[in-house]
Design a protein around this ligand. Structure first.
Ligand code: GAL
Length: 669
């Protein structure tokens, strides 16, 4: 089971480091940086992400000397470089000379220079400049011994996922021509017989610009698909230059896989990344942010197809871009970091190495804070370096999971569209409701795409998978027939890939599998709660469901649907197919999850753990397993275990104590 993906060159063990922006500092600070990086055990830094204007201050006038010196200094200290293409933010001379490369919003607002990412990703002119810069970087540093990895652009689509510039409109039309071939096919797919939207030629088509009322939903869905593809196309173009000049160096870009980033379909990007890299930031206002972190990490591993992946950015403490930016609590950064490693990360990196003194991110934490070395944050940086060194043997091992959760970006986009039965539906909320219950049970989950549902999971959870093509529906049914307990929740299988309703009763694509048929949705009003026959309650959604083979597991105890099924179970081949036609409260979800886990005989990684203690296992090729225990509670916990605890370097004979807010990693064999 050696990882299929290439890894940053010459970086041993778990890679440790962060974004490094030396251009913000004088030479003596840069020299000190390298000394302190060595002290912390940093082995990899991302350099030149936002350096275009320093590297090419005037068009065609390049200054690489400072970057040469940075790379030489890092190499001399044994530190590898994830070298950026420097194209993440065009320099002012470029946007002044060619304002036509600026991106535009749906309402016509132009996004100007003075911040970052001010480019229309579909602009051929911008692409040419970016390719030119990428080529320069590759030609200059192709043989530099510090070069470990290429980092294309930065968080593609972070600020401008949907550009509506003229260049984007042109590219969108090309994309549509390629997808549909003829205007007639586009008209059928978009349902343009509605509201006089018929197109006579592709030239008449625009991005979904601001309009008097609801814009055609299939147009919106296709524009979302196109926009994600266009960002990927940009990545590919730059990556191809790097591959041509440095075929031996892996290439990636940092994705943003979390419940907060909606618009890039990362499952479709995975094959183009030599190594999958993720940036993750906790949401300070979320009391269960560590569970969202776990989801993000599991999603990263899912996109990586189960291979080890890189945590390319997270924060040592506060960020600066939320309404209120909380500093991390005692041990939180260490727990966060090791939780990512537990779930398959073989790299732990931060934004950023040294906290900026100027600029928009000066209040964002870093590995080396404003306060300097005499600070808890710096002591945490040193401690993490020490811990990651002790975890070197974990590198390359893979996470073991019996449960899969199907996650789909296009269903996210389409399910939250306007003009739907309820505007209160949040796709990530629905996903997290089930994920959280599994996390609390200590059960590890693989997050998978409906396009590639792997076989072998004993439970498959399918929350609100609104838009499915026939292939996806068939793959999910196959999982049940093959022996899995499959659970599908409301507003799934409703439309096809063109957002056309599957007729004959809901949930169209899954009706047969689930053995139910719904005639009409009955969304609940704000603050409306209805009780089910087991005493749990539900909000948001109900529907008039008839049994067509399935049996009712829960029925409505009140309201207009009293006595009708709310949760059902249908035998399906060697497995089963459950349907949840509402949004149960946390207790209701927990009970259903318990029933599924019991039916499928799925046990937690460590049975009987206290609430708030996370346990995840990674397994190496040779059968060695590593048990990660992360104690998020304020009391010490005792875990029955034998093996060697790697962080403290102690033999464990029967029990291991994981102190409050601490982490332990046990090599079990
Ligand atoms: C990321 C970005 C970094 C930095 C960081 C702050 O989105 O890639 O450059 O801005 O956020 O949290």
């Amino acid at each position: 089971m050696t990882p299929r993906r290439p890894w940053p060159l010459n970086v041993d063990g778990i890679a440790y480091g962060g974004d490094y922006n030396p251009e913000q500092w004088p030479l003596e600070v840069q020299t000190e940086d390298v000394r302190l990086m060595r002290e912390a055990g940093v082995g990899l830094v991302s350099v030149a992400i936002f350096s275009w204007a320093q590297l090419e201050p005037r068009e065609g006038d390049f200054d690489f000397a400072w970057l040469d010196a940075v790379l030489d200094r890092l190499h001399a200290a044994g530190i590898g470089v994830a070298l950026a293409t420097a194209t993440a933010s065009p320099p002012p001379w470029l946007t002044r000379k060619h304002p036509e490369i600026l991106p535009r919003l749906a309402d016509g607002t132009v996004l100007h220079q003075g911040s970052r990412q001010s480019y229309a990703v579909a602009s051929p002119l911008f692409r040419d400049y970016a390719l030119g810069m990428t080529r320069r970087m590759a030609e200059r540093y192709r043989d530099h011994p510090a070069l470990a990895l290429w980092h294309v652009d930065n968080e593609l689509g972070c600020h401008v996922p949907h550009d509506c510039s003229d260049a984007a409109a042109e590219a969108f039309r090309r994309w549509l021509r390629h997808r549909y071939g003829t205007p007639a096919a586009l008209n059928t797919a978009w349902g343009t017989a509605f509201w006089s939207q018929h197109y006579d030629s592709f030239d008449e088509v625009l991005p979904p610009l601001s309009a008097p009322t609801f814009v055609n939903p299939t147009q919106q869905l296709d524009f979302a698909r196109f926009s994600s593809d266009e960002l990927l196309t940009h990545y590919r173009a730059l990556r191809d230059v790097l591959r041509e000049l440095t075929p031996h160096v892996p290439t990636t870009t940092n994705l943003m896989m979390s419940t907060g980033t909606k618009w890039m379909d990362y499952f479709s990007w995975a094959d183009d990344l030599d190594v999958v890299a993720n940036d993750h930031y906790l949401i300070a206002g979320d009391p269960e942010a560590h569970i969202e972190l776990a989801f993000s990490a599991d999603l990263s591993r899912g996109v990586a197809g189960g291979d080890p992946w890189m945590l390319m950015e997270h924060s040592t403490s506060a960020v600066n871009w939320q309404p209120r930016n909380r500093a991390k609590g005692p041990g939180e950064m260490l727990r966060n970091s090791l939780a990512h490693v537990a779930r398959g990360a073989d790299a732990v990196m931060f934004f950023q190495w040294r906290q900026s003194a100027a600029g928009a991110e000066k209040y964002h934490s870093a590995m080396l804070p404003h306060a300097g070395e005499d600070s808890d944050v710096w002591r945490g940086t040193l401690e993490l370096g020490r811990r990651l060194r002790s975890l070197s043997p974990v590198r390359g091992s893979r996470v073991v999971a019996d449960v899969a959760l199907v996650f789909d970006y296009p269903s996210w986009w389409a399910s939250e569209s306007e003009g739907h039965p309820t505007q209160a539906l949040s796709y990530p909320d629905e996903v997290m409701r089930w994920y959280r219950a599994l996390w609390r049970r200590g059960v590890t989950v693989d997050i998978v795409s409906p396009r590639t549902v792997p076989s072998g999971h004993r439970v498959v959870i399918v929350p609100t998978l609104y838009a499915v093509d026939d292939g996806c529906a068939a793959r999910i049914a196959e999982a049940a027939h093959g022996g899995a307990s499959v659970l599908v929740t409301f507003f799934s299988g409703i439309v096809d890939e063109n957002d056309h309703v599957r007729l004959g009763g809901y949930p169209g694509a899954f009706r047969e599998l689930l053995g139910v048929r719904t005639e009409e949705f009955h969304p609940l009003l704000q603050d409306e709660t209805l009780t089910l026959d087991d005493g749990t309650s539900a909000t948001l959604w109900s529907e008039r469901t008839r049994l067509e083979g399935a049996r009712a597991v829960r029925t409505w105890a009140e309201g207009p649907l009293e006595g009708l099924p709310a949760v059902t179970r249908n035998p399906a081949g060697r497995g089963s197919a459950w349907y949840v036609g509402t949004r149960p409260d946390a207790d209701g979800v927990a009970r259903i999850v318990d029933a599924l886990l019991a039916e499928a005989d799925v046990a937690p990684a460590v049975p009987g753990l206290a609430d708030g203690v996370e346990a995840v296992r990674r397994r190496a090729d040779d059968g060695t397993s590593f048990l990660f225990l992360i104690n998020h509670t304020s009391h010490d916990v005792e875990v029955p275990a034998t093996g060697r605890e790697l962080i403290r370097g102690e033999e464990v004979r029967s029990h291991l104590t994981v102190p409050a807010l601490e982490t332990a990693v046990l090599r079990e064999r």
